[in-house]
Design a protein around this ligand. Structure first.
Ligand SMILES: *Cc1c(COP(=O)(O)O)cnc(C)c1O
Length: 366
């Protein structure tokens, strides 16, 4: 029996990193919340993304919700989102009492389709959420242009795209505000939950900074409604500071694996990721395959893990059914997408094992 190739391995991805020193530094300081480590991480991450402000929060979902609150989205407002990105944006939209307006995705990148946005922008949604899905930058320049011309802010969901860049600009620096998650499997992951919001807008940054801590303008003075407690703690900030300098190298390793896959799978009956350039940080390597269940079983028989990101489009989730919405590209993608192992530290042999199994399936078994 060959050893299982996992979809992601935290133990391999984190191998060789000294976590004891940063954690002990925080323990010895006896300062656990909103201290020096958080302040330094925020400044280092803002610099990495290429923006002025970073506000760390408890997780990526809070980042999305607090960003919407910071943008002063009100109950009943309409917020544009895609429906193939795991419902995270939708959760934030519902949390602020707004209404999601789902648009279809581009068939190549599976990110928000600029034509679909242009066709509806005159109806004046409150915010446009753009998710850089699987680590692939959306057509963000064009999307921002369309939204800005109508005076509408763009929120980038960068939870899968830390470090993705085009012409020297990184994910999170194109729109009005960018949201990140540091969940352990993300390209930059903590040893627990974490998140951040980045922006160039000083007033927006100040509002979000207040919202993450009870709406306080200063201690015990609640100046902003809708506040709560959502903070990154000092230990996670110290860990993220140790990991951030490795991010570009880890992204390069992920991209290298994606490149090997793409060249090995060219010509097979599968749709491949559209880019392996710097605008793709290979958070997930996703194929589109006609008979997905059979494909998954064939790979499992060869000890290769797969998963589906994501099986149910947002507008078909049982808790929030939108019967009147039809999104052909999104719906077809949800039926055919399947993710293959792709993570930093994955060995050449593991990559080859995946390549052999996929090639075998299509050349012999399909
Ligand atoms: C992981 C993820 C989130 C949510 O982040 P959490 O830290 O788990 O709350 C949001 N959006 C996308 C696209 C994600 O992949």
């Amino acid at each position: 029996m060959t050893e299982l190739v996992p979809l992601f391995s935290a133990s391999i991805a984190n191998a060789g990193i000294d976590f004891i020193t940063p954690v002990m530094k925080v323990i010895d300081s006896h300062w656990y919340i909103l201290g020096e480590e958080v302040k330094r991480f925020e400044s280092e991450f803002a610099k990495y993304v290429g923006v002025d402000h970073c506000i760390s929060v408890a997780n990526g979902s809070d980042a999305l919700e607090l960003a919407l609150r910071g943008l002063q989205v009100k109950p009943g407002d309409r917020v544009v989102a895609v429906a193939n990105a795991g419902f995270y944006g939708s959760t934030a939209i519902h949390a602020v009492g707004a209404v999601p307006v789902y648009l279809d995705v581009d068939p190549d990148t599976l990110t928000l389709c600029p034509k679909a946005l242009a066709a509806m922008i005159d109806s004046k949604p409150a915010v446009v959420i753009v998710t850089h899905l699987y680590g692939q930058l959306a057509g963000i320049e064009e999307l921002v242009k369309i939204a800005s011309a109508a005076g509408i802010p763009v929120l980038e969901d960068c939870a899968q795209s830390h470090g993705a860049q085009r012409q020297g600009r990184r994910a999170g620096s194109f729109g009005t505000v960018g949201c990140f998650s540091f969940y352990p499997t993300k390209n930059l992951g903590a040893l627990g939950d974490g998140g951040a919001i980045v922006t160039q807008d000083t007033e927006l940054a100040e509002r979000i900074r207040q919202l993450r801590q009870y709406g306080w303008s200063r201690k015990y003075e609640v100046s902003l409604g809708g506040g709560r407690n959502s903070r990154l703690d000092e230990i996670q900030a110290a860990i993220l500071r140790i990991k951030l300098p490795h991010l570009d190298a880890w992204n390069a390793q992920r991209r290298e694996i994606a490149m090997r896959y793409n060249s090995a799978f060219a010509g097979l009956e599968a749709k491949l990721p559209s880019s392996t350039g710097e605008d793709y940080v290979a958070h997930l390597y996703v194929l589109r395959v006609a008979n997905r269940e059979r494909f998954a079983v064939a790979l499992k028989e060869k000890s290769i893990a797969t998963d589906i990101h994501y099986p149910i489009p947002d507008h078909r989730q049982p808790a929030y059914v939108h019967r009147d919405v039809s999104l052909p590209v999104t719906e077809s993608a949800c039926e055919t997408v399947i993710s293959l192992p792709c993570f930093p530290g994955m060995t050449d042999q593991q990559v080859q094992q995946v390549i052999d199994a996929v090639s075998d399936y299509f050349l012999k078994g399909a």
